[in-house]
Design a protein around this ligand. Structure first.
Ligand code: AP5
Length: 216
């Protein structure tokens, strides 16, 4: 969990690569659906481009299917989901009926100034999805992915006005989820300072997760 631009996607990708877990990013799943040109994708795009949360009923339907179909044998990293209390409840029900539980909830924090600079400078590969930042994590060749050579793109919702709306949605609808998990006695809530460099955030995350997750 964490506000837009905190580094959830960057860190999730590093951890799943290192520890061989499956990674489910709700944002990536929704972007893939919109790229397919489907009617559902068009519906998702309306909310995403406005910086608003996609309605719970749609999110739960899409994410429940993704969780059920994931290869969670080596562990599952959920990134960007759940983002409202009803989504968290729906996930609890699904996990309970599959007789599995959450090991930990990670909250990555970041200051508002860092968030705006990170989001407006973010670029990602249109083909393999690798994330970059024009200043903090630039590719070797301007505008070109180091991994697959495809063109780097800027997300439609990575503009200042949309970021403001995304931050409002986070404060109103996602912050209550932090309390929801904090109140769960048996669940470890880990808070990580996302204002540090990407490598230091990764180091802190691995340190905090050691012993909590089977793979780490
Ligand atoms: P989503 O794609 O999840 O966007 P988000 O939560 O706004 O998060 P971001 O992807 O912007 O940020 P991040 O924390 O992953 O940061 P990143 O690692 O990329 O969701 C998009 C939209 O989909 C939502 O607005 C909503 O409409 C919809 N949606 C998704 N899930 C939903 C749900 N569950 N319910 C309802 N609606 C939903 O890093 C950002 C940049 O900073 C990158 O350029 C990176 O290179 C750089 N960077 C990262 N870490 C550092 C660091 N430590 N120092 C310097 N730079 C850094």
């Amino acid at each position: 969990m964490g506000p837009p631009g905190a580094g959830k996607g960057t860190q999730a990708k590093r951890l799943v690569e290192k520890f061989g877990m499956d990674h489910l990013s709700s944002g990536d799943i929704f972007r893939a659906e919109r790229a397919s040109g489907s009617k559902l994708g068009q519906e998702l795009a309306e909310y995403m481009d406005a910086g608003k949360l996609v309605p719970d009923e749609l999110v739960v339907r899409i994410m429940a299917k993704a969780v059920a179909e994931s290869d969670a044998a080596g562990g599952l990293m959920l990134d960007g989901f759940p983002r409202t209390v009803p989504q968290a409840r729906a996930l609890d029900e699904q996990l309970e009926s599959a007789d599995v539980g959450l090991d930990a909830v990670v909250l990555i924090t970041a200051s508002p100034d860092a968030i705006v600079e990170r989001i407006t400078g973010r670029r990602s590969c249109g083909k393999c999805g690798k994330a970059y930042h024009v200043k903090f994590m630039p590719p070797a060749k301007d505008g070109v992915c180091d991994s697959c050579g495809a063109k780097l793109l800027q997300r439609k919702d990575d503009t200042q006005p949309v970021v403001r709306q995304r931050l409002e949605s986070y404060a109103a609808q996602t912050k209550p989820v932090i309390e929801y998990y904090r109140n769960r006695k048996k669940l470890k809530m880990i808070e990580i300072d996302g204002d540090k460099s990407p490598d230091n955030v990764t180091r802190d995350l691995i340190g905090a997760l050691k012993g909590l997750c089977a793979r780490v």
